[in-house]
Design a protein around this ligand. Structure first.
Ligand code: HEC
Length: 735
């Protein structure tokens, strides 16, 4: 993979405009790090000491009035309303055919880039894997600084979905980033020097991680965390933007009932959790993506995640809604006191997070002017809610939905499809755990009243942990996943039910939130594609899994322009203007995880070409030409001898399905980003236990599993991988 990358990078260089970040960067690497406690304890320090006084002088008024500066991208969703709609028109339906690549920044990672770049004062701020922050020149790509928080690479194991990061916040001369290991860091926006650094994690024993972008407003930085799949309790914390001191913390689910409630809302929530020992596993409810500030009401909206474990009879056997799982919770931004909440899925049973991006708008609904908040959470219904009070206004399906027939507008509750109960037998249910829509951003054109959503119709395979069904007991698995589903036997179970699988496809849709009508829909060849940008040039931009970055006519969905980047894209594009030129920028680099279960991936860029971290920036007349990288040989070599018994292979399969599947793929077939273990070389086979048990490759992101895997068990995993290689080689030769 390395050679391909190098070759390709050199070929894409053109004069000084395409830059190799790794070669020219003056590394900052926290050289000016300051001890946070020391810093915030010093009353003599001006609150802004350490912040840049020259660049990124962004305050609440600038973010609120971002419409006045169409050339910038000041916050995650562009401004507080997070519509991801840019009022720029130089690139439009007519001119877009002349759009070309202006420059490329090579970002040295093989992982997924998911960040929204922010563009302020002619600089682009973005993040890479392991929470590394970049500042580059917005017209040349020249690297200005890099900040690396030095996350140990085996922290990879504590992040369900890769060591990814969705971006920074910029405010009052500082850049804020949440790190994979759960710290919140403030940097000087001009130099990248660390100003303060706080630990946001309440329990280091648990697998908390931060992948979401912080939000800033009212002199505070707001951050949540992830980790529900491993078993954690969710919360959001507000920190003083200047000192890093904690201002308030809002828990999203109740904790151990023998301890006092942290805040009054927990008392209300606790009444909705019945029986069971959810706090042992954690309860979930992590706010890992969307937090939106609303200056009109001084509300902060928290998008709350799924339950931990997923299966509700394990989590709360006595029933109950399990507040505040899968809810949008509005709190006072200054105090963290709750104002209202709306729960999308009472008693979540399917990993239906409500953490997807939230958008604020003004809208005429049934003859009345409303201030609304909108979300397309995983569960497949598109919600329009009055943000003054939480009143539900609309809940139309935006993707294929089988778990519920509809949302009852009287009660605001979904009507579940009881035929798809998965306790007695496994079921395919739509949407699955990837959601009808996930974190890949949607965009809203307020004038048209249309939302553009990257959707997918991928049924999930749901089953209940075999041991729990037999014994009624679920023990927390420290150091690994705690879903409560039958992960262990997933591979053979899925094979048994494969002919019942309803569908897997991906779309870009234009959707009317009020009528529920899909105005147009573009079907993608693969189901896991990128976030969306809409512009006043009547264009909708999106990158896809095959490596194409495309512009669609906002009114018809017609593809007007497309550029082959040869890299899968998930991140949402942004657009900005410098010196009269409009640019469009997108981070590329696909995901190595969760997507390699269904359907042919032959044309997916990660499979064809491998994976590369890149920032691509386009403008009218841009003429950088990319060479097609070499196609990766994925043929399976002759595997070593299979010596294990059937029983040993079964143990190998079960451990693989619990511990390895998330990174190395279903059936040991990788999606092209992380190594495909069926292709393992004889040399690697020989040191398999050193890699898998002792962590010989921990420094490059392959963690050791000595805590959960004996040497014999590791050998059974290896044997099972050999059996997969033999089976798949035979299948390919038969074709
Ligand atoms: C958190 C993600 C993650 C998990 C979980 C994981 N791996 Fe890995 N694994 C990696 C990464 C990243 C590499 C590549 C490391 C490198 O290039 O040095 C890797 C490499 C390997 C290699 C070497 C591959 C080669 O071609 O050199 C083996 C063998 C391996 N993993 C086995 C396993 C097994 C067995 C499990 C489950 C017990 C497992 N891994 C779980 C991330 C993971």
């Amino acid at each position: 993979m390395k050679t391909h990358r190098k070759l390709w990078t050199l070929e894409t260089m053109r004069g000084s405009r395409a830059l190799l970040v790794g070669m020219v960067v003056p590394l900052v690497l926290g050289a000016c790090a300051q001890d946070e406690t020391e810093r915030s304890a010093d009353p003599g320090l001006d609150g802004r000491a350490g912040a840049s006084t020259t660049v990124a002088q962004i305050d609440d008024a600038r973010i609120e009035n971002a419409a006045d500066e169409p050339g910038t991208w000041l916050a995650y969703g562009r401004d507080f309303r997070e519509q991801r709609f840019a009022p720029l028109t130089q690139i439009n339906r007519e001119s877009v055919s002349d759009l070309g690549l202006e420059f490329v920044v090579d970002v040295p990672t093989a992982g997924a880039l998911e960040a929204t770049p922010l563009v302020v004062d002619g600089r682009i701020y973005f993040t890479s894997t392991y929470s590394v922050v970049y500042a580059v020149d917005a017209t040349s790509g020249e690297t200005l600084w890099v900040y690396d928080p030095q996350i140990p690479k085996d922290f990879n194991r504590r992040a369900c979905c890769g060591p990814i990061n969705r971006g920074v916040a910029v405010y009052e001369g500082m850049v804020y980033v949440g790190t994979l290991d759960g710290r919140l860091v403030a940097l000087n926006a001009e130099t990248g020097a660390e100003v303060w650094n706080v630990n946001t994690v309440i329990d280091q024993e648990r697998n908390y991680s931060i992948t979401g972008a912080p939000r800033v407003a009212r002199g505070k930085v707001f951050i949540g965390n992830g980790g529900a799949e491993f078993g954690v309790r969710g919360y959001v914390t507000a920190y003083d933007a200047f000192s890093g001191e904690q201002v308030w913390r809002f828990f999203t689910v109740p904790g151990d009932p023998s301890l006092p409630f942290e805040h009054p809302e927990m008392e209300l929530a606790a009444e909705t959790w019945k029986g069971g020992e959810w706090w042992e596993v954690g309860g979930g409810g992590t706010v890992w993506n969307s937090i939106v500030y609303d200056p009109e009401f001084n509300h902060l909206y928290l998008g709350v995640g799924n339950g931990a474990p997923w299966v509700r009879v394990i989590r709360s056997p006595g029933g109950g809604d399990n507040l505040f799982l899968t809810s949008i919770v509005a709190v006072d931004a200054d105090t963290g006191e709750m104002k209202w909440y709306y729960q999308t899925v009472p008693g979540d049973n399917w990993d239906y997070t409500a953490v997807q991006d939230m958008t604020l708008a003004d809208m005429r609904v049934d003859g009345e002017d409303r201030k609304v908040i909108m979300q397309a959470p995983k569960n497949g219904f598109f919600y329009v809610i009055d943000r003054s009070n939480g009143e539900l206004l609309r809940a139309h399906p935006y993707s294929q939905v089988t778990w519920a027939s509809h949302v009852d507008m009287e009660t605001g509750r979904p009507v579940e499809n009881t035929q798809l109960d998965y306790f007695d037998r496994p079921q395919w249910i739509l949407p699955g755990p990837l959601g009808g829509h996930d974190w890949q951003a949607m965009a809203f054109d307020e004038a048209k009243g249309v939302v553009y959503i990257p959707t997918q119709d991928i049924a999930g395979f749901y089953s209940v942990d075999a041991e729990f069904k037999e014994t009624g007991v679920f023990k927390r698995n420290p150091g690994t996943l705690n879903l409560g589903t039958d992960m262990r036997n997933g591979f053979s179970l899925v094979a048994d039910y494969l002919d019942e699988q309803p569908m897997y496809k991906g779309n870009l849709i234009a959707f009317d939130p009020l009528s529920g009508e899909t105005i147009w829909s573009v079907e993608h060849p693969f189901y896991w594609n990128g976030g969306v940008l809409a512009t006043a040039g009547d264009l909708v931009f999106q990158g896809d899994a095959l490596g194409f970055f495309s512009a669609y006519d906002a009114d018809t969905g017609e593809k007007l322009w497309s550029h082959n980047n040869f890299v899968a894209m998930l991140a949402p594009p942004v657009t900005y203007e410098v010196d009269g030129t409009q640019y469009v920028a997108i981070l590329a680099g696909g995901s190595g995880r969760i997507t390699n279960f269904f359907g042919s991936m032959d044309e997916v860029a990660t499979m064809k070409f491998g994976n590369f971290g890149r920032l691509y920036v386009y403008a009218l007349g841009g003429d950088v030409v990319l060479q097609q990288p070499q196609i990766v040989d994925r043929s399976i070599p002759e595997p070593p001898e299979l010596t294990a018994t059937e029983a040993e292979l079964k143990v190998g399969e079960q451990n693989y399905s619990m511990l390895c599947v998330g990174c190395h793929g279903g059936g040991a077939a990788s999606s092209g980003v992380l190594p495909d273990l069926r292709l393992l070389s004889p040399e690697r086979h020989a040191i398999f236990d050193q890699i898998v048990v002792d962590g010989a490759l921990a420094a490059t992101g392959m963690p050791g599993f000595a805590d959960v895997l004996s040497r014999d068990e590791a050998e059974y995993v290896r044997q099972w991988i050999i059996s997969r290689a033999i089976a798949d080689r035979a299948a390919i030769q038969d074709d």
